[in-house]
Design a protein around this ligand. Structure first.
Ligand code: S3P
Length: 430
């Protein structure tokens, strides 16, 4: 599907909601499958990625009800050791979170499973997960020494241990925590910088006595996981596109209600505020161990900023949206320490440079980042590279551009935000 987005004819004003958080939705399904009892999930994100997790779990014998509707979803937990050997290859689709977290679970199950994904996922690095899982005792075979999907996993008895992560990756940390649930001895993990901690919060809320010490998390041996009722907050990574749109379109003010504002995810708010956009949080409260708030952002003249260091994991998925904000800011924005973007759903550094460049942006690639000098963008034809966040970032760029922008392959927004284009004014599908 191609979508044409026209320059906004008026400021964005009003109150909106965004779908449930993708990271938390995956985890609610996965932990629900491993728990004792039936888990109920409110506001689960029904996007292609989360449906990939659900279909893999169903193939492992887990009963999941309610996915077709918009009400609560129930997951009939099978306990830590209760999954069934799948009859066919498990398909994680486009979803890195499904593949990596599932590898952690499969490592501790006493059977063989095969796991694959789409062309993008089959290019993404898995050795960061498979190497430590092999150290814990799992047998994993695949191309390039088990570093690329498809992978065959023969799980079984695992040993815990200490793991110092080479990258700040919540997917890697979570895979090891999930494997650690079935390991003998404690599992401890040290991160180079804090990544999203939804797995830790959820495990704690579900009865696992995790300990945190500095940059480490320690999972004791022999935990029990009790089914819960979970309420999924709105996804700040989905909200980011509208926050940036409001910040760059003169006269705009948008409130997004009920968004997750876990501090491991709110780097985008810090950067927008530093760029000069007024950001306010109201109605702060907590649900299912996660903080939520209504976020209001208004348009303002933006300034270029530097985005680097430990801030990067706190906004890793928001860099496409922030790159668009940088295009409409005065002066230079420098993004560094973000080489991980080269191994996301697309090589996001190359894809952003190419596609924003095609709209007239002054944007240069660094090995681990981007340098962007603000100047107005024009209309044109761009490609999504099959990457949902690129498609949405380009749509936001179009709202503030001088002419219409046609985005080829825009249907990939279904990966994380199926209703995105219905919430963007002035779009035409063809
Ligand atoms: C995610 C972690 C991040 C993020 C991804 C979702 C998660 O990936 O980019 O969209 O749910 O754990 P990494 O762990 O590879 O940084």
């Amino acid at each position: 599907m191609n979508v044409t987005v026209c320059p906004a004819s008026s400021p964005l004003r009003g109150t909106i909601t965004v779908p449930g958080d993708k990271s938390i939705s995956h985890r609610a399904l996965l932990l629900g499958a491993l728990a004792e009892g039936t888990t109920t999930v409110h506001n689960l994100l029904r996007s292609a990625d989360c449906l990939s997790t659900a279909s893999c779990l169903k193939a492992l014998g887990v009963g999941i009800e309610g996915l077709e509707g918009s009400g609560p979803v129930t997951v009939a937990g099978r306990g830590l050791q209760g999954l069934a050997e799948p009859e066919d290859v498990l398909d994680a689709g486009n979803s890195g979170t499904t593949a990596r977290l599932l590898l952690g679970i499969l490592a501790g199950q006493p059977f063989t499973a095969l796991l694959t994904g789409d062309a993008s996922l089959r290019r993404r690095p898995m050795a960061r997960v498979t190497a430590p899982l092999a150290r814990m005792g799992a047998q994993i075979l695949g191309r390039r020494d088990g570093s690329l999907l498809p992978l065959a996993v023969r799980g079984g008895r695992l040993r815990g241990g200490h793991f110092a992560l080479p990258v700040a990756s919540a997917q890697l940390k979570s895979a090891l925590l999930l494997a650690g649930l079935n390991a003998e001895g404690e599992t401890s993990i040290t991160e180079p910088a804090p990544s999203r901690d939804h797995t830790e919060r959820m495990l704690a809320a579900w009865g696992v006595p995790l300990r945190r010490a500095g940059s480490s998390v320690i999972l004791p041996a022999g935990p029990r996981l009790r089914a819960q009722t979970v309420s999924v907050p709105g996804d700040i990574s989905a909200a980011a596109f509208f926050l940036v749109a409001a910040a760059i379109l003169p006269g705009s003010q948008v409130t997004i209600k009920g968004v997750g504002v876990n501090s491991t995810r709110t780097g985008v708010l810090d950067v927008l505020a530093r760029m000069g956009a007024p950001v306010t949080l109201t109605d702060r409260h907590e649900e299912s161990g996660e903080p939520l708030a209504d976020i209001t952002v208004a348009a303002a003249p933006l300034q270029g900023v530097e985005i680097a260091g430990p801030l990067i994991p706190r906004l890793i998925d928001e860099i496409p949206a922030l790159a668009v904000a940088a295009c409409y800011a005065q002066g230079e924005t420098v993004i560094r320490d973000a080489a991980e973007l080269r191994v996301k759903e697309s090589d996001r550094l190359a894809a952003l440079a190419r596609e924003l460049g095609a709209l007239g942006a002054d944007i240069r690639e660094l090995p681990d980042g981007l340098i962007i000098r603000g100047r107005p963008l024009h209309g044109g034809e761009v490609k999504s590279h099959g990457d949902h966040r690129l498609a949405m970032a380009l749509a936001v760029a179009a709202l503030a551009a001088r002419g219409p922008v046609t985005i080829a392959g825009a249907d990939c927004v279904s990966i994380s935000f199926p209703t995105f284009f219905s919430q963007v004014p002035g779009t035409r599908r063809h």
